[in-house]
Design a binder for this molecule. Structure first.
Ligand SMILES: [Zn+2]
Length: 323
């Protein structure tokens, strides 16, 4: 972003750590204390695949603080939209069970803080990280005021969550949507899934703000995913949601960084740059050096038809009332 000049076209802000009370709206006090103690005493592994070094608590709280500040700035109208570029990610984190590199549920904490401030009531979360957003789903599973939508590679991580039939519970029934995609799905399938399933769901729900769990691990070079999304995929998905936010909620759109690990650490920045170009309307461009290579790797027409059929089945499922 420095090289292309994009940084110079954005409003760049930082934010303080999220406070304990904000974290405790989502996480148990016992978990937060155990996390802090481990962080203070040198770090280690906490629960499942959630390692941290000394000071990891403060770093995680900074990431959460940035997500909260970004959402608040959008809801207060200080910024048109906002992208929280921070790590660690948050979408796998359960209230008392960190997992999948996620130590705090950044977006859920940000949403609960905004609701506590009276800034918003009805929120939609769109999670296009290649892994299932199991933490966000679990936290809002019985909450009708937060629609959680996750597009993910089926049965990747966690291997036992993310089924399309999981549609919420109690008052939240119908406010959770899982779109598991077969490995190998690429550019066309992601866009088709968005247009065919996500956009209609959002139009029907009418949220006051769109919140995106923006992982890049559906990118074609990612070692932790088996999908074929490209920088252009992320650009077009962003465009679709920006346009929809304009239509539904005064343009209010906030994204938070989740996963994305490309093999030689070269591709994620191009995908992220494309997202930020679309969100900001900036003139800086970072042409995708792999566009031609990855276009040639997209699924065949025959496989594309299979993926479309899969989406058609999901469309039929979602058209039936949730039970
Ligand atoms: Zn991921």
């Amino acid at each position: 972003m420095d090289v292309t000049g994009l940084m110079g076209e954005l409003v760049v802000k930082s934010a303080p750590e999220a406070g304990f009370d904000d974290l405790a709206r989502v996480h148990s006090v016992e978990y937060l204390r155990a996390f802090k103690e481990l962080s203070d005493t040198g770090g280690g592994e906490i629960r499942l695949r959630a390692p941290l070094a000394r000071g990891g608590y403060e770093i995680a709280a900074l990431a959460t603080g940035l997500a909260s500040a970004a959402l608040e700035a959008v809801l207060r109208g200080d910024l048109d939209n906002a992208y929280a570029l921070s790590r660690p990610p948050g979408h796998h984190c359960l209230p008392d069970f960190p997992n999948g590199f996620c130590l705090l549920a950044n977006l859920a904490i940000a949403i609960c803080a905004a609701r506590a401030e009276g800034l918003v009531r009805r929120v939609a979360v769109i999670d296009w990280d290649v892994h299932h957003g199991n933490g966000t789903e679990a936290i809002f599973y019985e909450d009708p005021d937060v629609l959680t939508i996750s597009l993910h590679q089926a049965r990747n991580y966690p291997p036992d969550t993310g089924d399309a039939t999981d549609r919420g519970r109690g008052a939240g029934l119908g406010a959770n949507m899982n779109i598991p995609l077969p490995p190998g799905a690429g550019h066309a399938t992601y866009l088709e899934a968005l247009e065919r399933l996500v956009v209609p769901a959002l139009r029907a729900y009418r949220p006051e703000v769109l919140v995106v769990a923006c992982g890049y691990d559906a990118g074609a070079l990612d070692p932790l995913g088996r999908m074929l999304a490209t920088a252009e995929t992320f650009r077009q998905m962003t465009r679709i949601l920006c346009d929809l936010a304009d239509d539904l909620c005064g343009g209010r759109l906030m994204m938070a960084h989740e996963g994305g690990y490309s093999e030689v650490e070269v591709y994620v920045p191009f995908c992220g740059h494309a997202v930020l170009e679309e969100m900001s309307g900036a003139s800086a461009r970072a042409p995708d050096p792999l566009a031609e290579t990855l276009a040639a790797r997209q699924p065949s027409a025959r496989m594309q038809a299979v993926f479309s059929e899969h989406l058609e089945e999901l469309e039929a499922l979602f058209s039936r009332p949730a039970v």
